[in-house]
Design a protein. Structure first.
Length: 248
């Protein structure tokens, strides 16, 4: 009887892990160079417990160094080359938009990656631009495709949907130079350091060792926020995974 209840709870827990959650978990596995077991997914009911699973899976010896600080110093050296101020004036609370302005953000973003030898998360399209491209794609597909192929309104529904998707892809490609928004939760240089550490954790921990579970939790919160579009301030150890993230 107890075993049946346990198995039912296990299946119910696994049923919460849908496509969006699976994509997020794969991203986390890639960043930390680990593979979650089914038991990990059952036990990781909160972001804090997921961080504990990650800490247990990372096989390198623990280090007493703060890996976030090491990444911050690398970024500070790279960012300081773009502005006429001493690198020592940079601090974790410095708004990243001040050193990476909109006009030159994409080129500087690539240059920071090259100079710091760190993989940074991709810059994103602003939501207003995505919405504008979507509206333009729907309007274009409704006006162009049915008339071009001389088909009836009844038969054009699927074609319009397909045409809208193709137009959206085309418009976003054409607008790719405007994809200059920072990832969600990347407001300061310190936020960028945490995200960069998450993206490069496997490489950095190979060199310096595994960080504390507390630091893993911090960078995991930033990684989850960037991956789900959530507010970093609202993600913590007690955040239910994935229910509180509004994903499936």
């Amino acid at each position: 009887m107890i075993q049946s209840i346990f198995e039912a709870d296990r299946l119910q827990r696994l049923s919460l892990i849908g496509e969006d959650t699976s994509d997020l978990l794969r991203s986390i596995e890639k960043c930390f160079d680990i593979t979650f077991s089914t038991d990990d997914l059952v036990q990781a009911t909160t972001v804090g417990k997921l961080a504990e699973c990650i800490s247990n899976r990372v096989e390198f010896p623990a280090t007493d160094r703060c890996l976030s600080a090491l990444v911050f110093y690398d970024l500070r050296r790279a960012l300081a080359d773009f502005v006429d101020v001493s690198r020592f004036k940079f601090h974790p609370k410095t708004p990243v938009g001040e050193v990476l302005p909109w006009s030159s953000r994409r080129s500087r973003w690539r240059e920071v990656q090259n100079r710091s030898h760190l993989l940074l998360p991709d810059l994103r399209w602003p939501l207003w631009l995505v919405g504008l491209c979507l509206v333009a794609a729907i309007a274009s597909s409704e006006m162009i495709f049915p008339r071009l192929l001389h088909i009836t309104q009844h038969d054009s529904v699927l074609l319009v949907v397909l045409g809208a998707f193709l137009c959206l892809v085309l418009f976003l490609w054409l607008m790719s130079p405007l994809a200059r928004s920072f990832p969600q939760g990347c407001d300061t240089v310190g936020d960028l350091a945490n995200l960069a550490l998450a993206c490069n954790y496997a490489k950095i921990s190979t060199q310096y060792g595994k960080s504390s579970e507390r630091e893993i939790l911090t960078i995991l919160c930033h990684l989850v926020a960037a991956g789900t579009g959530s507010d970093t301030q609202k993600i913590g150890a007690e955040t239910r995974f994935p229910e509180d993230l509004k994903i499936h």
